[in-house]
Design a protein around this ligand. Sequence first.
Ligand code: ADP
Ligand code: MG
Length: 245
Amino acid sequence: MLLEVKDLCLNIDKKQILSSVSFCVEKGDFAVLCGRNGAGKSQLLKIIKGLRKQSSGSIFISGQDLSRDRGERMKRIALVFQNADLQAVGETVEKDVAFGPENLGWDRKRIKERTDQVISLLGLEEKRHQRPATLSGGEKRKLAIAGTLAMDPDIILLDEPFVALDYPSVRTVLSSLVSLHRKGHTILIVSHEIEKFLAHTTRLLILKEGKITCQGRPEDCLDELREAEVYLPDLPFKELTWLTT
Ligand SMILES: Nc1ncnc2c1ncn2[C@@H]1O[C@H](COP(=O)(O)OP(=O)(O)O)[C@@H](O)[C@H]1O
Ligand SMILES: [Mg+2]
């Protein structure tokens, strides 16, 4: 099991935001967590990453209890924020991707190799000398994914990666994610726009009012999704994608 979250609780000002959340993501999974606005999805991702402290509960990575080791979690878990377009820090695409590895103190050769590899993985070769501000919405989001991937995390968490993207941009980001999954990367997406990509996923988690109400193979959970008031067109599972294959 790559990621295991066990009995995670979060209280803010006596209000219970997450109550005993437990789930797993296996190595190589393309998992999706959905739930209504305010269900606690973003808070959950921030806790897993180590940006926020849980009130109680445990987080294991590859069987190792890292519940109290936020530094190690920061290193091993990548998080692409919802407003990822604001995440760019480098003058050019290339420098932006290299920023994380530089901060980790890698040697020049390793940084160069990893930067080249990730830029090609995300299909950003032609943009590498461009300023991040000049990229399209979809390219900016791919850059945010590249920047976190550069640090060689065990798992990538993405908070609402398709929000505010137009049709071609959703497709470009989605095809990058599908290709990362095919290459063996482990991905956990938070999104309610599941009709855009559900067909590619391997595990579904539903969060309702701070509790996981369903966990399983997405094709087995379509009724639960409709009950959770997630928009789902009446299509066979395999057609729930915006990619034409
Ligand atoms: N800093 C905060 N202080 C108090 N309550 C918060 C804070 N951030 C989020 N919340 C509350 O936590 C709940 C879950 O929020 P969030 O994780 O952002 O939901 P989601 O991402 O599923 O839309 C909401 O009820 C929200 O009002
Ligand atoms: Mg959110």
